[in-house]
Design a protein around this ligand. Structure first.
Ligand code: COA
Length: 339
């Protein structure tokens, strides 16, 4: 018994921010951003849109793709929730008209989609749910300092979702074995210092002083993260292929987290995967954390590049540090373009 993908959907907020837009307020250039990251533009929330509203839009499309009226559970992977408390998933379930089903959030930054797929598969495998709507949704640009040229160009907002149902291994859409891992010793490489219980984002009351503004925002040590991303994604992908009994030659599409085009290409090179089997959309969306992998799947499926029966290797890496991989044979499902 396993979890089988029966529907997919994605949503991007309408506001586009190009590299030239950024270079008007930051000491950067379109050329630097394109050559160092592969990003040309990204979508950014505006007009009251947030992680919750993006999740509702992507979730509705995934339910439509699956032809599902309801599900037994809603899981949202996000590192930019609408509020610290409560989780956003119950409200998303309510706004989708899904009633009082089980609903919770999961936080695993850019590997959130892989951790979430494994969690949703666990809900199904344990008999807790027959069907799960799983959404990766992020308005992470709200947590990035717009004055920081090292991080502001990298991130974008969006949401991607899948519907999963109970099924059998070997069916198209069945999620294969997972490889998941973490290294908390390197937690500080990518972190938002304030806003949690360790350091609240306001002064926390009389006598507690004021938190420096920089601590409200993401801090990133890009170089070591880059090296870790290439190493961990490569190892994780190799581990899952070994457990699946697929060779690299069996993989039709490598769908890796879109953190940086150079990272994706370096992992593909380490795996000896040719460029034409590597899915890429970072140029238009940037790094959308837990929404990255499902948005990429949705893009490729919607334009027919990802076809039923093709073998897909999913792989992600992010803050924590954390990483994960799985495989599936792409099912015969409808995907709508996000634009
Ligand atoms: N525009 C222009 N110059 C910039 C810049 C920007 N937006 N950001 C940094 N620079 C400068 C730096 O100040 C540095 O200048 P110096 O050589 O005079 O000191 C130079 O460009 C090189 O900076 P560096 O940080 O070494 O560049 P890089 O090649 O490592 O690329 C990242 C930076 C962030 C793109 C890259 O390290 C990366 O992608 N890391 C992983 C990040 C990641 O994946 N995060 C999410 C994890 S899922």
């Amino acid at each position: 018994m396993t979890a089988v993908v029966t529907g997919i959907g994605g949503f991007l907020p309408p506001r586009t921010v190009t590299n030239d837009d950024l270079s008007r307020t930051l000491d950067t250039t379109d050329e630097w951003i394109r050559t160092r990251t592969g990003i040309r533009e990204r979508r950014v929330v505006s007009d009251g849109l947030s992680t919750g509203t993006l999740a509702v839009e992507a979730g509705a499309r995934a339910l439509r793709s699956a032809g599902a009226q309801g599900v037994d559970a809603v899981v949202v992977a996000t590192t930019s929730p609408d509020r610290l408390c409560p989780a956003v998933a119950p409200e998303v379930a309510f706004r989708l008209g899904l009633g009082t089903v089980a609903a919770f959030d999961l936080t695993s930054a850019c590997s959130g989609f892989l951790y979430g797929l494994a969690t949703a598969a666990g809900l199904i495998g344990s008999g807790t749910a027959d069907t799960v709507l799983f959404i990766g949704s992020e308005a992470f640009t709200t947590l990035v300092d717009p004055r920081d040229r090292a991080t502001a160009p990298i991130f974008g907002d969006g949401a991607g979702a899948v519907v999963l149902r109970r099924g059998e291994m070997g069916e198209p859409g069945a999620l294969g074995p997972f490889d998941l891992g973490s290294d908390g010793a390197l937690a500080d490489l990518l972190a938002i210092p304030a806003g949690g219980s360790r350091q609240r984002s306001s002064d926390g009351g009389p006598g507690h002083g004021t938190v420096p503004e920089a601590d409200w925002y993401l801090r990133m040590d890009g170089r070591p993260l880059y090296t870790q991303a290439v190493e961990r994604m490569t190892q994780s992908a190799q581990a899952v292929l070994k457990r699946t009994d697929w060779s690299v030659a069996d993989v039709d599409w490598f769908v890796g987290h879109q953190a940086n085009i150079r990272i994706v290409r370096a992992v593909a090179e380490e795996l000896a995967l040719p460029e034409e089997r590597v899915a890429v959309n970072i140029d238009r969306v940037g790094n959308t954390l837990s929404a990255s992998v499902p948005l990429l799947l949705n893009d490729y499926a919607a334009r027919g590049d990802l076809k039923p029966g093709q073998r897909v290797l999913l792989c992600a890496f992010g803050a924590g540090l954390s990483w994960g991989s799985t495989v599936l044979v792409w099912p015969d499902i409808h995907a709508e373009p996000v634009e």
